[in-house]
Write a protein that binds this ligand. Structure first.
Ligand SMILES: [Zn+2]
Length: 509
């Protein structure tokens, strides 16, 4: 079976083929008018000279949780410019991140597949090249591809330049116990991008795919003074924006180690970073309007995952751990200058892949999970998966999200069912629904084996050299790097049925 989503989604897939009776009439007409035989089964495509495909701009705001945007009802006006722009586009109120950290989420965005299909991500590895990749597919479809990225995973050392004709990337040199966030801030990145968009000049005859990956909301939160109005005015603790201080946020029960005012300070800094990014997003929109002319522009803005501030029973901060809404509920705005409104049905980053491929009139791979965003409707399921070493397809943190429910598998293999709006534990209320969602996760695990029979075969180590560990550590991945070096037992045994996930329900709901 090539498409694990087909089983579940067949009943909601739109009818794509014309009725056979109409097709037969068309075949007859074509045969009568043309001396050349026609199979009657292929659609005419517009010739290249009439290429009216739009420019595509895809913006990922790393670590941006949806509920900290005034666009989604947040009390602070963290992104007023984004809210104004989004009011003239389509806002998806329930967009699902494929994972709680960057790499599996970006892999899903660029492949249209749930992350479980691409197995485990060792943080020090390059992106595997044996799977299709959105920038490369758009490049092959005739787009001029440009990237501006500030996350080290999107750098050339990791193979992040794959498929891009022009690739602008910023990184900090080393993790220093000081203020280094400015080294990966959007201010400098967008200046570099403008240079890349103008020298050499873009080809007017080709549409452009522009990918922008911004890092403002990621630790260390260190906005300039003008963006710190939400911080406690008399705060004099360790969280002043220096990178080293954020190491204290690792592990469980973080609040026990924080002093009074620390959490408020952290959230104030985080919100300030969003406000700072909002200004830069406005600058980016002006840049696009100035340099990407001659055609319509389709812009998609989203995030790879959110950020935690102690939510959930483990009281964790930052990201890379947990499957709660603070990590999996991300913003999604699609702006084409025409349609506007809000969509309440759940969608996912895998759907962005499909939407952009269709926009580019590019041929879709036949083994993807994403559907066009315009087909968003209730009943769709999305898998989110941690996908770090130590997990397998049938163990480790994973969630299945459907409508207003989240089935969550914990580290110990037990499952729970939660309402996504209130967080209420409804494990005992809807046991049959939970069992059904667990079966969905098992289907995807099986499909993973068929898609990548040997998940280790495509592994290739990063080429960054000596300071890679320090860079990963500065972004909060030191533990996982240590785990990786400890062993290689990451293969998934998808023939094993899940452990008993929960007690037999006493009543159904
Ligand atoms: Zn990220």
């Amino acid at each position: 079976m090539k498409d694990p989503g087909a089983t579940m989604c067949a009943d909601i897939m739109p009818a794509m083929r014309m009725p056979s009776s109409i097709a037969a009439v068309l075949v007859a007409l074509i045969a009568a008018c043309s001396p050349a035989p026609s199979d009657g089964d292929s659609e005419e495509r517009a010739p290249a000279s009439a290429d009216r495909r739009p420019h595509i701009v895809l913006i990922v705001c790393d670590t941006l949780r949806a509920d900290h945007l005034d666009l989604h009802g947040y009390a602070r006006s963290t992104a007023p410019l984004l809210r104004g722009w989004a009011s003239t586009g389509m806002v998806y109120d329930e967009a699902t991140a494929p994972s709680n950290w960057t790499r599996p989420s970006i892999q899903s965005l660029f492949t249209g597949r749930h992350p479980i299909a691409d197995q485990i991500f060792h943080p020090g590895d390059r992106w595997r090249t044996d799977v299709h990749w959105l920038p490369e597919l758009l490049q092959e479809a005739g787009y001029e591809t440009v990237a501006a990225t500030a996350n080290l995973f999107l750098g050339a050392d990791f193979g992040g330049s794959r498929g891009f004709d022009r690739h602008v990337h910023t990184e900090f040199d080393r993790a220093q116990p000081g203020h280094w966030k400015h080294l990966i801030a959007a201010e400098g990145l967008l200046t570099d991008l403008e240079g890349a968009l103008t020298a050499p000049p873009l080809d007017d005859d080709r549409p452009v795919f522009l990918y922008v990956h911004l890092m403002e909301p990621h630790i260390p939160y260190d906005p300039p003074a003008e963006y710190r109005s939400w911080c406690p005015p008399d705060y004099d603790g360790p969280f002043d924006g220096r990178g080293a201080a954020f190491g204290a946020l690792k592990g469980d029960n973080v609040d026990e180690r924080l002093a009074a005012g620390d959490r408020e300070q952290l959230i104030g800094l985080y919100d300030g970073e969003i406000r700072r990014m909002d200004d830069q997003l406005q600058r980016l929109r002006k840049m696009v309007a100035k340099h990407l002319g001659g055609r319509d522009v389709l812009t998609v803005l989203t995030a790879d995952h959110g950020e935690a501030f102690g939510e959930g029973p483990s009281n964790r901060y930052t990201h890379g751990w947990g499957m709660g809404p603070e990590l999996l509920h991300v913003p999604l705005v699609v702006h084409d200058g025409r349609e506007h409104g809000r969509v309440s049905a759940r969608v996912g980053l895998v759907d962005i892949f499909t939407t952009l491929m269709e926009t580019a009139d590019a041929e879709l791979p036949d083994d993807i999970d994403g559907l066009p965003l315009r087909d968003a409707q209730r009943g769709r399921e999305y898998v989110s998966y941690k996908a770090l070493p130590g997990a397998t397809a049938l163990s480790g943190q994973l969630a299945v999200l459907r409508d207003d429910l989240r089935a969550e598998r914990h580290d110990d293999g037990t499952w729970g069912l939660f309402r996504t709006d209130t967080g209420e534990d409804v494990t005992e209320v809807y046991p049959r629904v939970l069992r059904d969602m667990i079966r969905s996760s098992t289907r995807w695990a099986r499909a993973s084996r068929e898609r990548l029979p040997d998940p280790e075969a495509g592994r290739e180590s990063n080429s960054a050299g000596g300071d890679l560990f320090e860079k990963l550590k500065a972004l909060g991945y030191a533990d996982e790097v240590t785990d990786e070096s400890a062993g290689d037992e990451q293969g998934d045994d998808v023939d094993t049925e899940p452990k008993p996930e929960q007690p037999e329900p006493g009543h159904d709901g």
